[in-house]
Design a protein around this ligand. Structure first.
Ligand code: HEM
Length: 136
C-alpha cells in the first residue's frame, strides 16, 4: 500500500473515531437529555463523518487500487495527492470547529473551500489513471 493511502486511511479512521464518539453523545443526549449544548456538535458530526471519514477513506483506497501506470511514476503526479490530503484535513477540521463554535461563518465557508480545492487536486491526480488495464 502506498504511503499516501496509509495516511489518508489512518486520518479517515481518526475522523471516524471522533465522529462516532460525537454521534453517540448526540444519540445519548437525544434519549436522555443531559447537556443541551451537545446538540451544537451535530453539524461537526456530519462534517467529520461525510468528508473526514467516508470521502477520505474512499480517496485512500482508490489511490491504491485504481490501475497504475506501467512506466514512470506508477501512481501519477503524487504531489497533487499530498496537496489534497493536507487541504482536505485542514478544511474538515476548520469547518467542524467553526460550525460547533457557531461564530464567524465566513471561516466555515473557508473550510468548505479548502475541501473543494482538495477534491479538485484529487481529481487532477486520478483523472489519467481511470483507464482499462494494460493501456498506457
Ligand atoms: C458514516 C457514518 C455516519 C454518517 C455519514 C452520519 C451522518 C449524519 C447526518 C447526515 C446526520 C443528519 C441527519 C438529518 O439531519 O436528518 C446525522 C445525524 C445524527 N447522527 Fe450520524 N452519521 C454517521 C454515524 C453515526 C453514528 C455511528 C451515530 C451514533 C452512534 C450517529 C448519531 C447521530 C445522531 C444522534 C444524529 C442526530 C439525529 C437527529 O437529527 O435527530 N451517527 N448523522
Amino acid at each position: 500500500m502506498p504511503r499516501l493511502s496509509k495516511l489518508l486511511i489512518r486520518a479517515a479512521l481518526i475522523h471516524m473515531g471522533i465522529g462516532f464518539f460525537i454521534g453517540s453523545l448526540l444519540l445519548w443526549n437525544k434519549g436522555l437529555p443531559f447537556a443541551p449544548a451537545i446538540w451544537r456538535l451535530r453539524a461537526s458530526h456530519i462534517e467529520l463523518l461525510i468528508f473526514g471519514w467516508t470521502i477520505q477513506f474512499v480517496m485512500g483506497v482508490s489511490f491504491w487500487v485504481i490501475p497504475r501506470f506501467s512506466t514512470g511514476n506508477r501512481y501519477g503526479k503524487e504531489v497533487f495527492g499530498w496537496i489534497s490530503f493536507v487541504l482536505l484535513n485542514m478544511g474538515v477540521v476548520t469547518t467542524a470547529i467553526v460550525l460547533w463554535w457557531g461564530k464567524a461563518p465566513v471561516l466555515a465557508f473557508g473550510g468548505r473551500f479548502l475541501v473543494f480545492c482538495a477534491v479538485l487536486a484529487y481529481v487532477r491526480l486520478m483523472w489519467s489513471r481511470v483507464k482499462p488495464f494494460a493501456i498506457g
